[in-house]
Design a protein around this ligand. Structure first.
Ligand code: FES
Length: 319
Protein backbone atom coordinates (compact mmCIF):
# COMPACT_ATOMS: atom_id res chain seq x y z
CA UNK A 1 0.00 0.00 0.00
CA UNK A 2 1.35 3.41 -0.93
CA UNK A 3 1.89 5.75 2.01
CA UNK A 4 2.91 9.38 2.49
CA UNK A 5 5.30 10.40 5.24
CA UNK A 6 4.77 13.82 6.78
CA UNK A 7 7.72 15.34 8.64
CA UNK A 8 6.04 18.05 10.65
CA UNK A 9 7.84 20.72 12.61
CA UNK A 10 6.60 20.76 16.18
CA UNK A 11 7.08 23.52 18.77
CA UNK A 12 5.85 23.50 22.34
CA UNK A 13 6.79 27.03 23.36
CA UNK A 14 10.40 26.24 24.18
CA UNK A 15 11.53 23.24 22.14
CA UNK A 16 11.36 22.59 18.40
CA UNK A 17 11.65 19.19 16.70
CA UNK A 18 10.47 17.23 13.66
CA UNK A 19 7.96 14.44 14.07
CA UNK A 20 7.06 11.89 11.42
CA UNK A 21 3.58 10.62 10.65
CA UNK A 22 2.78 8.03 7.98
CA UNK A 23 -0.67 7.97 6.40
CA UNK A 24 -2.11 5.91 3.54
CA UNK A 25 -2.11 7.64 0.17
CA UNK A 26 -5.51 8.65 -1.19
CA UNK A 27 -5.85 10.44 -4.50
CA UNK A 28 -7.65 13.78 -4.79
CA UNK A 29 -6.77 14.92 -1.26
CA UNK A 30 -5.28 18.14 0.07
CA UNK A 31 -2.57 18.99 2.60
CA UNK A 32 -5.27 20.12 5.03
CA UNK A 33 -7.01 16.75 4.70
CA UNK A 34 -3.76 15.06 5.73
CA UNK A 35 -3.20 17.37 8.71
CA UNK A 36 -6.74 16.77 9.96
CA UNK A 37 -6.36 13.01 9.46
CA UNK A 38 -3.12 12.98 11.46
CA UNK A 39 -4.69 15.01 14.26
CA UNK A 40 -7.84 12.89 14.39
CA UNK A 41 -6.24 9.47 14.05
CA UNK A 42 -2.69 9.73 15.35
CA UNK A 43 -1.88 12.81 17.40
CA UNK A 44 -4.52 15.11 18.92
CA UNK A 45 -1.76 17.47 20.12
CA UNK A 46 -0.77 18.48 16.58
CA UNK A 47 -1.71 22.15 16.36
CA UNK A 48 -2.62 24.12 13.23
CA UNK A 49 -5.32 26.55 12.16
CA UNK A 50 -7.96 26.28 9.41
CA UNK A 51 -11.54 27.37 9.05
CA UNK A 52 -13.24 27.76 5.66
CA UNK A 53 -11.50 24.93 3.73
CA UNK A 54 -12.21 26.93 0.56
CA UNK A 55 -9.22 29.30 0.23
CA UNK A 56 -11.24 32.15 1.64
CA UNK A 57 -10.24 32.68 5.28
CA UNK A 58 -6.46 32.46 4.78
CA UNK A 59 -5.89 30.70 8.11
CA UNK A 60 -4.41 27.39 6.91
CA UNK A 61 -1.18 28.69 5.34
CA UNK A 62 1.91 26.54 6.01
CA UNK A 63 5.15 25.71 4.23
CA UNK A 64 5.50 22.40 2.43
CA UNK A 65 9.01 21.44 1.36
CA UNK A 66 10.02 25.06 1.79
CA UNK A 67 7.16 26.62 -0.19
CA UNK A 68 4.32 28.53 1.44
CA UNK A 69 0.88 27.26 0.41
CA UNK A 70 -2.72 27.23 1.53
CA UNK A 71 -3.14 23.75 3.00
CA UNK A 72 -6.80 23.57 1.97
CA UNK A 73 -6.10 24.50 -1.65
CA UNK A 74 -2.98 22.45 -2.23
CA UNK A 75 -3.38 19.06 -3.82
CA UNK A 76 -1.25 16.25 -2.43
CA UNK A 77 -1.12 14.64 -5.86
CA UNK A 78 0.40 17.82 -7.29
CA UNK A 79 3.00 18.05 -4.53
CA UNK A 80 4.04 14.43 -4.88
CA UNK A 81 4.37 14.89 -8.62
CA UNK A 82 6.31 18.15 -8.40
CA UNK A 83 8.71 17.01 -5.67
CA UNK A 84 8.95 13.41 -6.95
CA UNK A 85 8.79 12.04 -3.41
CA UNK A 86 6.40 10.49 -0.91
CA UNK A 87 7.95 12.45 1.97
CA UNK A 88 6.65 15.95 2.64
CA UNK A 89 8.06 18.34 5.21
CA UNK A 90 5.53 20.74 6.75
CA UNK A 91 6.75 23.78 8.66
CA UNK A 92 5.11 27.00 9.88
CA UNK A 93 5.19 30.19 7.81
CA UNK A 94 8.54 32.00 7.80
CA UNK A 95 9.00 35.57 9.00
CA UNK A 96 6.41 35.10 11.76
CA UNK A 97 6.94 34.22 15.41
CA UNK A 98 5.65 30.69 16.08
CA UNK A 99 3.18 30.10 18.90
CA UNK A 100 2.88 26.33 18.66
CA UNK A 101 3.57 23.74 15.95
CA UNK A 102 2.19 25.27 12.72
CA UNK A 103 0.41 28.21 14.37
CA UNK A 104 2.04 31.63 13.99
CA UNK A 105 1.52 34.87 15.86
CA UNK A 106 -0.21 37.52 13.76
CA UNK A 107 -0.31 40.24 16.41
CA UNK A 108 2.88 42.13 15.46
CA UNK A 109 1.83 42.22 11.81
CA UNK A 110 -1.70 43.29 12.64
CA UNK A 111 -0.25 46.20 14.60
CA UNK A 112 1.95 47.21 11.65
CA UNK A 113 -1.01 46.91 9.29
CA UNK A 114 -2.63 49.84 11.09
CA UNK A 115 0.23 52.15 10.05
CA UNK A 116 -1.03 52.30 6.43
CA UNK A 117 -4.57 53.13 7.55
CA UNK A 118 -6.25 50.16 5.85
CA UNK A 119 -9.60 51.85 5.67
CA UNK A 120 -11.34 54.36 3.41
CA UNK A 121 -10.74 58.03 4.17
CA UNK A 122 -13.89 59.25 2.39
CA UNK A 123 -14.04 62.14 -0.04
CA UNK A 124 -16.60 64.90 0.30
CA UNK A 125 -18.22 63.69 -2.92
CA UNK A 126 -19.94 60.84 -1.15
CA UNK A 127 -21.98 60.67 1.98
CA UNK A 128 -24.20 58.21 3.75
CA UNK A 129 -27.15 59.90 2.00
CA UNK A 130 -25.79 60.05 -1.56
CA UNK A 131 -23.65 56.92 -1.50
CA UNK A 132 -20.16 56.44 -2.96
CA UNK A 133 -20.86 55.22 -6.49
CA UNK A 134 -17.91 54.06 -8.62
CA UNK A 135 -17.64 53.54 -12.34
CA UNK A 136 -16.77 50.01 -13.56
CA UNK A 137 -13.26 51.29 -14.42
CA UNK A 138 -12.80 52.69 -10.93
CA UNK A 139 -13.98 49.44 -9.39
CA UNK A 140 -11.60 47.42 -11.57
CA UNK A 141 -8.64 49.18 -9.92
CA UNK A 142 -9.55 47.80 -6.51
CA UNK A 143 -10.96 44.44 -7.58
CA UNK A 144 -7.70 42.47 -7.55
CA UNK A 145 -6.13 43.98 -4.39
CA UNK A 146 -9.41 43.39 -2.58
CA UNK A 147 -9.02 39.66 -3.25
CA UNK A 148 -6.24 39.48 -0.62
CA UNK A 149 -7.23 37.07 2.15
CA UNK A 150 -4.28 37.97 4.40
CA UNK A 151 -3.00 34.42 4.56
CA UNK A 152 0.58 35.60 5.17
CA UNK A 153 2.09 33.58 2.33
CA UNK A 154 3.62 36.68 0.75
CA UNK A 155 5.23 37.61 4.08
CA UNK A 156 6.56 34.12 4.52
CA UNK A 157 8.20 34.19 1.09
CA UNK A 158 9.51 37.77 1.22
CA UNK A 159 13.30 37.82 0.91
CA UNK A 160 13.60 41.44 2.04
CA UNK A 161 11.49 40.86 5.14
CA UNK A 162 13.69 37.93 6.09
CA UNK A 163 16.66 40.29 6.32
CA UNK A 164 15.05 43.60 7.14
CA UNK A 165 12.29 43.79 9.76
CA UNK A 166 11.70 47.47 8.87
CA UNK A 167 10.24 46.43 5.51
CA UNK A 168 6.46 46.24 5.45
CA UNK A 169 4.92 42.87 4.68
CA UNK A 170 3.72 42.62 1.07
CA UNK A 171 0.13 42.13 2.20
CA UNK A 172 0.38 45.42 4.14
CA UNK A 173 1.69 47.14 1.02
CA UNK A 174 -1.29 45.61 -0.77
CA UNK A 175 -3.62 47.27 1.73
CA UNK A 176 -1.86 50.62 1.23
CA UNK A 177 -2.28 50.24 -2.53
CA UNK A 178 -5.89 49.09 -2.31
CA UNK A 179 -6.97 52.27 -0.52
CA UNK A 180 -4.57 54.62 -2.33
CA UNK A 181 -6.15 53.74 -5.70
CA UNK A 182 -9.73 53.83 -4.47
CA UNK A 183 -11.57 56.68 -6.23
CA UNK A 184 -13.55 57.28 -3.04
CA UNK A 185 -10.46 57.87 -0.93
CA UNK A 186 -9.55 61.47 -0.13
CA UNK A 187 -6.03 60.95 1.19
CA UNK A 188 -3.93 58.43 -0.78
CA UNK A 189 -0.77 59.92 0.71
CA UNK A 190 -1.81 58.77 4.16
CA UNK A 191 -1.70 55.18 2.95
CA UNK A 192 1.47 55.58 0.89
CA UNK A 193 3.75 57.60 3.16
CA UNK A 194 4.05 54.93 5.90
CA UNK A 195 5.14 52.46 3.20
CA UNK A 196 7.82 54.89 2.00
CA UNK A 197 9.04 55.31 5.56
CA UNK A 198 9.34 51.53 5.91
CA UNK A 199 11.89 50.90 3.16
CA UNK A 200 9.43 50.66 0.25
CA UNK A 201 12.34 51.04 -2.20
CA UNK A 202 14.12 48.02 -0.75
CA UNK A 203 11.84 45.43 -2.37
CA UNK A 204 14.28 43.10 -4.15
CA UNK A 205 12.04 42.22 -7.10
CA UNK A 206 12.44 38.53 -6.32
CA UNK A 207 8.75 37.99 -7.23
CA UNK A 208 8.37 35.29 -4.57
CA UNK A 209 5.25 37.03 -3.21
CA UNK A 210 3.73 37.11 -6.70
CA UNK A 211 4.49 33.52 -7.62
CA UNK A 212 3.20 32.14 -4.31
CA UNK A 213 0.09 34.33 -3.84
CA UNK A 214 -2.93 31.98 -3.93
CA UNK A 215 -5.04 34.85 -5.29
CA UNK A 216 -2.54 35.75 -8.03
CA UNK A 217 -2.32 39.35 -6.88
CA UNK A 218 0.35 41.33 -8.74
CA UNK A 219 2.13 42.68 -5.68
CA UNK A 220 5.09 43.69 -7.86
CA UNK A 221 2.89 46.05 -9.84
CA UNK A 222 1.30 47.41 -6.69
CA UNK A 223 4.73 48.13 -5.18
CA UNK A 224 5.82 49.78 -8.45
CA UNK A 225 2.73 52.00 -8.31
CA UNK A 226 3.36 53.00 -4.69
CA UNK A 227 6.94 53.92 -5.56
CA UNK A 228 5.80 55.94 -8.55
CA UNK A 229 3.37 57.83 -6.36
CA UNK A 230 6.05 58.71 -3.83
CA UNK A 231 7.98 60.41 -6.64
CA UNK A 232 4.86 62.28 -7.67
CA UNK A 233 4.45 63.32 -4.04
CA UNK A 234 7.87 64.96 -4.35
CA UNK A 235 9.70 62.33 -2.29
CA UNK A 236 12.78 62.13 -4.50
CA UNK A 237 15.56 62.66 -1.98
CA UNK A 238 16.29 59.02 -1.28
CA UNK A 239 18.50 56.44 -3.03
CA UNK A 240 15.54 54.45 -4.38
CA UNK A 241 13.90 57.40 -6.11
CA UNK A 242 17.21 58.79 -7.33
CA UNK A 243 18.08 55.39 -8.83
CA UNK A 244 14.72 55.10 -10.57
CA UNK A 245 14.99 58.63 -11.99
CA UNK A 246 18.57 58.09 -13.14
CA UNK A 247 17.50 54.83 -14.80
CA UNK A 248 14.62 56.63 -16.47
CA UNK A 249 16.81 59.46 -17.76
CA UNK A 250 19.50 57.12 -19.09
CA UNK A 251 17.04 55.03 -21.07
CA UNK A 252 15.32 58.12 -22.48
CA UNK A 253 18.61 59.82 -23.40
CA UNK A 254 20.57 56.96 -24.95
CA UNK A 255 18.46 53.82 -24.72
CA UNK A 256 20.98 52.21 -22.36
CA UNK A 257 22.28 52.53 -18.84
CA UNK A 258 25.36 54.52 -18.00
CA UNK A 259 26.99 52.19 -15.48
CA UNK A 260 29.50 54.87 -14.46
CA UNK A 261 27.11 57.67 -13.54
CA UNK A 262 24.22 55.49 -12.28
CA UNK A 263 25.71 54.77 -8.83
CA UNK A 264 26.90 58.38 -8.49
CA UNK A 265 23.41 59.72 -9.27
CA UNK A 266 21.92 57.16 -6.86
CA UNK A 267 24.24 57.36 -3.88
CA UNK A 268 26.27 60.55 -4.45
CA UNK A 269 29.95 60.82 -5.34
CA UNK A 270 31.36 60.44 -1.83
CA UNK A 271 29.37 57.36 -0.94
CA UNK A 272 30.08 55.78 -4.32
CA UNK A 273 33.83 56.33 -3.92
CA UNK A 274 33.95 55.09 -0.34
CA UNK A 275 31.67 52.09 -0.80
CA UNK A 276 31.94 51.04 -4.43
CA UNK A 277 35.52 51.74 -5.43
CA UNK A 278 36.90 48.15 -5.23
CA UNK A 279 33.86 46.89 -7.18
CA UNK A 280 34.21 49.69 -9.74
CA UNK A 281 37.90 48.88 -10.20
CA UNK A 282 37.03 45.26 -10.92
CA UNK A 283 34.47 46.36 -13.51
CA UNK A 284 37.02 48.60 -15.18
CA UNK A 285 39.72 45.90 -15.13
CA UNK A 286 37.42 43.34 -16.75
CA UNK A 287 36.29 45.86 -19.37
CA UNK A 288 32.69 45.90 -18.16
CA UNK A 289 32.75 49.69 -17.92
CA UNK A 290 34.96 52.41 -19.34
CA UNK A 291 34.90 55.55 -17.18
CA UNK A 292 36.16 57.65 -20.08
CA UNK A 293 33.42 56.64 -22.46
CA UNK A 294 29.76 57.64 -22.16
CA UNK A 295 27.17 55.42 -23.86
CA UNK A 296 26.17 56.53 -27.33
CA UNK A 297 22.48 56.49 -28.27
CA UNK A 298 21.33 53.12 -29.54
CA UNK A 299 19.94 52.66 -33.03
CA UNK A 300 16.24 53.44 -32.90
CA UNK A 301 16.55 55.90 -29.99
CA UNK A 302 13.94 58.08 -31.73
CA UNK A 303 11.39 55.32 -31.21
CA UNK A 304 12.25 55.11 -27.50
CA UNK A 305 11.91 58.86 -27.11
CA UNK A 306 8.56 58.73 -28.88
CA UNK A 307 7.37 56.19 -26.31
CA UNK A 308 8.46 58.50 -23.49
CA UNK A 309 6.73 61.47 -25.13
CA UNK A 310 3.58 59.43 -25.60
CA UNK A 311 3.52 58.32 -21.95
CA UNK A 312 4.22 61.88 -20.82
CA UNK A 313 1.37 63.19 -22.89
CA UNK A 314 -0.93 60.42 -21.69
CA UNK A 315 -0.27 60.93 -18.06
CA UNK A 316 0.21 64.67 -18.20
CA UNK A 317 3.03 64.23 -15.77
CA UNK A 318 6.57 65.53 -15.66
CA UNK A 319 9.09 62.98 -16.95
S1 FES B 1 -9.04 26.94 5.57
FE1 FES B 1 -9.60 28.92 4.93
S2 FES B 1 -8.13 29.41 3.42
FE2 FES B 1 -7.65 27.37 3.96
Amino acid sequence: MRTITFRIQRYDGSRSWFQEYVIPYESGRTVLWALIKIREEQDPTLTFTAACRHAICGSCAVRVNGHSVLACKTSLDELLKVFQTDVLEVTPLSNFPVIRDLVVDWRPKTERLKTVKPWLIPTQAGSAATGFAQSPQEYRRIASPTDCIQCGICSSECEQLAENPRFLDPFILNRAYRFAVDSRDAAPEEHIRPALESDLWKCLHCYQCVTHCPKEIRLDQEIAYLRQQTIRMGETDNPGARHALAFHDDVRNTGRLDEVTLPIKTEGLLRTVTRRLPFAMRLIRTGKVNPLQRPRPVRGIEGIRKIYAHVKEKEGKRQ
